[in-house]
Design a binder for this molecule. Structure first.
Ligand code: NAG
Ligand code: NAG
Ligand code: NAG
Ligand code: NAG
Ligand code: NAG
Ligand code: NAG
Ligand code: NAG
Ligand code: NAG
Length: 228
């Protein structure tokens, strides 16, 4: 009867730990497992009505409903009446203008189609983490001023896929001679450096765990008058 509360306490603690782990798992945002294609505006697509000066939907609200990660694509279903401009410079969005753009801060996805009102799909990859701004600079910025614009925050997610990852070429290095087919193997100096001390700590933990397990088994075995 004396041992019963102790056993209950142990079980209760285990239960609480399990519940805590489950809550943590449920409340922390699930990491992305794949790249997503976001159709901008969903079924409303990317349209502006010049007669009424209104957008087909509220693009800020749409953007707020999505989670964006590197490697995702934004799919703009639109016509040649609207433009698609991507920029990393907030001033461009606020001014609804691409004036004075530099080679790497603003990109215009132009269809180059001269037919009136053809259906166009513009596909924009997310390649830079953090704020990305989108707007239409058509009609001297009027479309953008009336809401054909939104901003997003791209998270790292899975990182860029190889198809979008084009790092600059590495600096030139002398090609290795025939004797060095493999890169040299560097061995950390014994007893020095964080790496080796970390390993030692790991080893001690393992030893302690083993000794504890052994002791536990011995005690339990002793109780049952068993194997030791
Ligand atoms: C997303 O769009 C890209 C570019 O058009 C395409 O290569 C990819 O297959 C699409 N992915 C999905 C899941 O639809
Ligand atoms: C623009 O809005 C007007 C008034 O609601 C409507 O008559 C017209 O069809 C719309 N134009 C387009 C291209 O949707
Ligand atoms: C779009 O929705 C946001 C809230 O998500 C609101 O602040 C904004 O005024 C709306 N824009 C328009 C043009 O209605
Ligand atoms: C804002 O846009 C106008 C044209 O719409 C342009 O003349 C002006 O230089 C722009 N200002 C900035 C700060 O980009
Ligand atoms: C952003 O754009 C504005 C207006 O074109 C320009 O003056 C400013 O230098 C740009 N900022 C960066 C960080 O390129
Ligand atoms: C554009 O290039 C400049 C240097 O060339 C760099 O400092 C800046 O971060 C780049 N901007 C973007 C959005 O890549
Ligand atoms: C649309 O808004 C612009 C200002 O942004 C204004 O000059 C123009 O007259 C408006 N057009 C209509 C049809 O309301
Ligand atoms: C963008 O998202 C990152 C990671 O979720 C966050 O740290 C950062 O504050 C966000 N930036 C903005 C401008 O919302």
């Amino acid at each position: 009867m004396v041992q019963q509360p102790t056993a209950m306490t142990g079980a209760t603690i285990l239960h609480l730990i399990t519940v805590a782990i489950l809550i943590t798992a449920a409340t922390s945002q699930a990491p992305p497992t794949k790249y997503v294609n976001h159709t901008v505006g969903d079924t409303a697509s990317w349209f502006f009505n010049s007669t009424t000066n209104t957008t087909a939907t509220n693009y800020s609200s749409w953007a707020a409903s999505q989670t964006f990660n590197l490697g995702d694509y934004l799919i703009f279903k639109t016509s040649s009446n609207q433009m698609v401009t991507q920029t990393y410079n907030l001033t461009k969005l606020k001014n609804c203008s691409i004036d004075d753009s530099s080679y790497n801060d603003t990109f215009a996805y132009n269809g180059g189609n001269t037919v009136f009102n053809p259906a166009l799909t513009k596909i924009v990859p997310l390649t830079i983490q953090g704020p990305n701004y989108f707007f239409s600079d058509a009609s001297d910025g009027i479309q953008c001023q009336h809401g054909l614009a939104f901003d997003i925050n791209a998270s790292r997610g899975l990182g860029l896929p190889p198809s979008l990852n084009q790092p600059p070429p590495p600096p030139y290095r002398e090609p290795p001679g025939p004797d060095s087919a493999y890169p040299p193997i560097t061995t950390p100096t014994k007893g020095e450096g964080a790496g080796s001390s970390g390993f030692k700590n790991g080893a001690s933990v393992q030893v302690i765990a083993c000794v504890s397990l052994f002791a536990l088994l011995a005690v339990n075995g002793g109780d049952r008058g068993g194997i030791f």
